[in-house]
Write a protein that binds this ligand. Structure first.
Ligand SMILES: Cc1cc2nc3c(=O)[nH]c(=O)nc-3n(C[C@H](O)[C@H](O)[C@H](O)COP(=O)(O)OP(=O)(O)OC[C@H]3O[C@@H](n4cnc5c(N)ncnc54)[C@H](O)[C@@H]3O)c2cc1C
Length: 429
């Protein structure tokens, strides 16, 4: 029987609760949202000596951060090749290198804060779903080497089996600097670290609105009043880390950030020898389709499979079957293994499919990492905190415009429609 619950939240010790604590009247920084962005930002702020209050509507990691694939990727959603076409060589290079620094930042935090989250620098595999995609790998390998001094390995179809025991692909690109984490343990570990450093964390605290205190700060330096369902807080600075839900509290993002649901299954644990044969080096994997599959083995040997053409509002059985079919196409031997868990999570996406971080109306924000938030959320949360602290901050995403989504009025089916369109492109491309 498949459980409708996230495997990562069941795996491991119960997380600490931060419910029902009295809210402060005032603080230096309010961080809104306790995912990777918010917990990492709060950790950096508290370490930098700021009074920081982290507000989470539900529980730590409740958004995408505790439910994702746990792929800690050392790259961006867009290839360096395509970034150059839009942003030019220098900015594209800076954006790509930020992603590699983001992968390092995850490792650094895990080490410094001693977070038990099954972190491994295992590398990731990108699998070519079409022959033309393998040709793109060759171009990407060259430009990565030339412009960023960055090495990836590519393997043709005939060379794939030491990395992936499947005939479904047309070659692989391996990025050795990526890693994997158990995401729920990682985000909860960062919250604990932030609290140790002095951050004040409040779960079950929904931010309803933000009010600016005129043009001149109050006598104590406060510039904003943050109103929540449990009371109000005066603050000098705000870090918006609410990702898919940011448009509900900041009108400028309302028609720009679209929540999109992604669905995942986890099988029962596989026999050791089979698991090791399917993905011999235990790397994390995704393919090159527009509507892609991402997958990996869990530390206890389950195949965790997400993405595919799954939709909001349909019977869970339909999504489970779609995910299972996709998995069996790649690994036919998994046909007889039970699906133990099924769950979903919400990503924030923008039309340009870039990460976005910077300042809006005097508030700091970081969001929308297009399936790369384990590393980028952690890193950019930290960088925005550096900005707030008046330190040097690396943010090559600062000047990117966020396109408006025409006619978008929070309709749930918009994410579904996007997947249908992208699936169509996969068919004809
Ligand atoms: C199923 C799935 C698989 C994924 N796989 C991967 C992967 O393998 N690798 C990868 O890098 N990325 C992956 N991602 C993306 C990654 O999980 C996200 O980019 C990342 O978690 C975003 O972190 P965040 O802190 O910005 O947002 P979130 O984790 O979504 O946190 C935002 C938080 O803000 C809170 N909040 C919202 N509004 C308010 C409010 N008004 N008041 C108070 N709190 C509020 C929410 O409750 C939520 O907890 C995946 C995402 C999903 C859904």
């Amino acid at each position: 029987m498949t459980q409708n619950s996230c495997f990562w939240s069941i795996d491991g010790p119960a997380s600490k609760s931060y419910l029902d604590k009295p809210l402060p009247d005032r603080t230096d920084v309010v961080v809104i949202g306790a995912g990777f962005t918010g917990t990492s930002g709060a950790l950096q702020l508290a370490k930098g000596g700021a009074r920081v209050t982290l507000l989470e509507a539900q529980s730590v990691g409740w958004g995408a951060s505790s439910r994702n694939g746990g792929q800690a990727l050392s790259c961006l959603h867009h290839t360096l090749h395509s970034l150059i076409k839009v942003h030019g060589r220098e900015q594209a290079r800076a954006m790509f290198l930020a992603a590699t620094l983001a992968a390092d930042a995850v490792e650094q935090i895990v080490r410094d804060e001693n977070i038990a989250c099954d972190y491994v620098r295992c590398g990731n595999i990108e699998a070519a779903s079409k022959p033309a995609h393998f040709d793109e790998f060759k171009k990407e390998q060259e430009i990565l080497r030339e412009l960023a001094g960055y090495e990836v390995q590519i393997l043709s179809k005939g060379e794939m089996s030491p990395e992936l025991d499947s005939t479904a692909y047309h070659g692989l690109m391996i990025n050795p600097r990526s890693g994997s984490v158990q995401p729920s343990k990682f985000v909860n570990g960062m919250a604990l670290a932030a609290e140790r450093a002095g951050a004040d964390i409040h779960e079950g605290t929904h931010v309803l609105s933000i009010e600016r205190i005129g043009n001149i700060p109050a006598h104590d330096g406060s510039r904003f009043i943050v109103r929540t369902d449990r009371g109000s807080i005066a603050t000098r600075e705000i870090l918006l880390a609410a990702n898919a839900w940011v448009g509900k509290i900041v009108p400028q993002f309302r028609h720009r950030v679209i929540p999109v649901e992604s669905f995942v299954i986890a099988t029962e644990p596989l026999p050791n020898d089979l698991a090791q044969r399917l993905i011999p080096h235990n790397r994390v994997v995704y393919d090159t389709r527009n509507v892609l599959a991402y997958y990996r083995l869990s530390p206890d040997g389950r195949m965790v499979w997400g993405g595919e053409g799954t939709f909001v509002g349909v019977n869970p059985r339909a999504n489970i079957n779609t995910l299972r079919r996709g998995m069996i196409k790649v690994f036919p031997e998994l046909v007889d293994f039970k699906i133990d868990y099924y769950w979903s999570g919400t990503l924030g996406l923008t039309l340009d499919e870039n990460s976005h971080a910077g300042q809006v109306d005097g508030m700091w924000y970081s969001m929308c990492y297009v399936g790369h938030g384990v590393t980028l959320g952690t890193y950019l949360g930290q960088q925005m905190a550096n900005g707030i602290l008046g330190k040097t901050s690396n943010n090559p995403f600062a000047d990117l415009q966020i396109p408006t989504v025409p006619f978008y009025r929070e309709q749930h089916w918009v994410g579904n429609l996007g997947k249908v369109w992208r699936g169509f492109l996969d068919q004809i491309g």
